[in-house]
Design a protein around this ligand. Structure first.
Ligand SMILES: [Zn+2]
Ligand SMILES: [Zn+2]
Length: 150
């Protein structure tokens, strides 16, 4: 499926706008206990995009754990928007901020060891925790083919 880029998205109230000008590198669902709390639901959804292709309009507020990896929220509606270190090559955006269903389709799922008993996704690959660092290269290549972006 081809998506015409850039894609514009926004938080629930519209105060923070997001723009992505490259297709995701991979899409994920995470079932870990932390993501269950973050999402107030069964799992979080992520589209990993190149930081160079990601723009934010409007101030964000840091929430969640206030740790090394900042979780960016809209200061007004408190929607969780993206996670990422400044200077890192990739940003993990919450794909439901965009009207692109394909970006919210998880290709991999992580932490299935902590998932709620009923929670299932259509992910192609499931991991007990996260993939090993050396697995990402082949997963990203397979994602590009699967998603039609290669
Ligand atoms: Zn908002
Ligand atoms: Zn998680």
């Amino acid at each position: 499926m081809t998506v015409s880029l850039p894609v514009e998205g926004a938080c629930m109230c519209g105060q923070v706008k997001l723009r992505v000008s490259a297709p995701p590198i991979i899409t994920m669902a995470c079932h870990c206990k932390g993501c269950q709390k973050l999402s107030a639901s069964a799992y979080s959804l992520t589209a990993m995009v190149p930081a160079a292709a990601f723009e934010v309009e409007g101030e964000t507020q840091i929430g969640a754990l206030h740790g090394a990896n900042p979780y960016h929220y809209c200061p007004n509606c408190l929607n969780w928007l993206y996670t990422g270190l400044s200077g890192a090559p990739f940003v993990n955006v919450r794909p439901t901020m965009f009207d692109v269903p394909a970006w919210s389709t998880p290709f991999i799922e992580s932490y299935v060891t902590e998932k709620l008993p009923w929670a299932t996704t259509s992910a192609r690959h499931s991991f007990a925790k996260f993939p090993e660092p050396d697995q990402y290269g082949s997963l990203m290549a397979e994602y590009a083919t699967w998603s039609g972006t290669s």
